[in-house]
Design a protein around this ligand. Structure first.
Ligand SMILES: NC(=O)n1nc(-c2ccco2)nc1N
Length: 349
């Protein structure tokens, strides 16, 4: 009847909103008892009226014991890995290459990696426009698993691992069990097709609890949170994944209709946050290489106090038109670079 259908719709909207506040904003709106009561009422009504069932209901996050095989997914836009800078000088080189290439107005296009590393600098300074400062977004490099989420008409329809960058594994059933991954986009103002990429990771506290649970049952424990996240996403039963403390932070977005995106990466991430994704609170903006290096030092200093593991910082040219001009070299984007911290075990020696 319409009154039951209305009540079910209302429960779904309310519970989805409570989930967003609790899991994405870390700012619960109602006490747990109230939330549980609403959740149980929705489960009961859906059990009573199976014709009302829908995959986007918040009750569907509990996963199922049905085993899934991981079908292959071809990434429309390859998920390329990041080039690495191993020192401040190498970061400065990256920034200089970015500025020179933009000044030369050189088109992007595919170029061999050789050209990328031994670029001809003989024309350095000649004919280049005034020295320009590039604005970068500085993002903590979360040590988890890169995933790509596909939304059609605001509903999550497919999730895939990075794989080799060109084809990944379909892990939709497992991704749906992660509370900080929206099953439907919030608000109503989004393009028909949205692709959000980000990192799925396991916070340190959840990792420690999981290993205690596994160890206590005499099962094999995980070596680090990254392996735990990867192992949890590869579970063949999504009901097992549902019991793993996984979280996700979004770090890039692509849409079918480019005009729907703001002109910078930073604003794009704000947009993604309004659609219901978590974005990392440690992100910052920096003008030029010197401010990037300050961000690197500041983040390294607070690394051990973060509730999740990071293995470096990622700098991305903020303006999307400049990213477009810079393009990619066959292996990694020309517009981004990661700078890794010394491996933690080395530090503890
Ligand atoms: N792992 C991580 O946190 N990443 N990875 C990227 C990335 C990979 C390719 C382009 O951007 N960005 C962030 N914050």
């Amino acid at each position: 009847s319409t009154s039951v259908r209305d009540r079910v719709e209302q429960l779904r909207t309310t519970i989805t909103d409570h989930n967003h506040h609790y899991y994405v904003l870390d700012d619960p709106q109602v006490p747990d008892a109230e939330y549980d009561r609403l959740f149980r009422e929705l489960q009961a009504r859906e059990a009573e009226y199976p014709e009302l069932a829908t995959t986007t209901s918040p009750t569907q996050r509990v996963g199922s014991a049905v085993e899934t095989n991981f079908a292959q997914v071809i990434h429309r836009i390859p998920m390329l890995s990041l080039d690495n800078a191993f020192s401040a000088d190498e970061l400065r080189d990256f920034d200089r290459r970015v500025r020179e290439r933009l000044n030369r107005g050189k088109t992007a296009g595919e170029s061999s990696t050789k050209e990328h590393s031994t670029e001809d600098h003989s024309t350095e300074g000649e004919g280049s426009k005034e020295e320009r400062t590039i604005e970068y977004v500085c993002e903590p490099k979360l040590d988890g698993l890169a995933v790509s989420l596909h939304y059609q008409n605001g509903e999550l329809v497919r999730a895939a691992t990075r794989g080799d960058g060109y084809t990944g594994e379909d892990i939709t059933a497992n991704i749906r069990t992660i509370a900080s991954v929206p099953l439907t986009l919030r608000g109503g103002d989004f393009p028909q097709t949205v692709e959000v990429r980000g990192e799925v990771y396991m916070p340190r506290a959840g990792f420690d609890r999981l290993n205690q649970r596994l160890g206590g049952r005499g099962e094999k424990t995980f070596v680090n949170p990254r392996n735990a996240a990867a192992g949890s996403l590869r579970q063949k039963k999504s009901s097992v994944t549902a019991r793993r403390p996984l979280e996700m932070c979004a770090y890039s977005v692509a849409v079918s209709d480019e005009s729907a995106l703001p002109p910078t990466h930073w604003k794009g991430l704000q947009q993604v946050s309004e659609w219901g994704f978590r974005i990392n609170p440690e992100m910052s903006l920096a003008n030029g290489a010197d401010q990037c290096l300050e961000a690197y030092e500041a983040l390294m200093a607070k690394r051990d106090r973060l509730p999740y593991e990071i293995d470096g910082i990622v700098f991305k040219v903020n303006r999307l038109d400049l990213q477009q001009q810079l393009g990619f070299v066959s292996r990694a984007p020309r517009w981004a670079i990661a700078q890794k911290f010394p491996a933690e075990e080395e530090l503890t020696v």
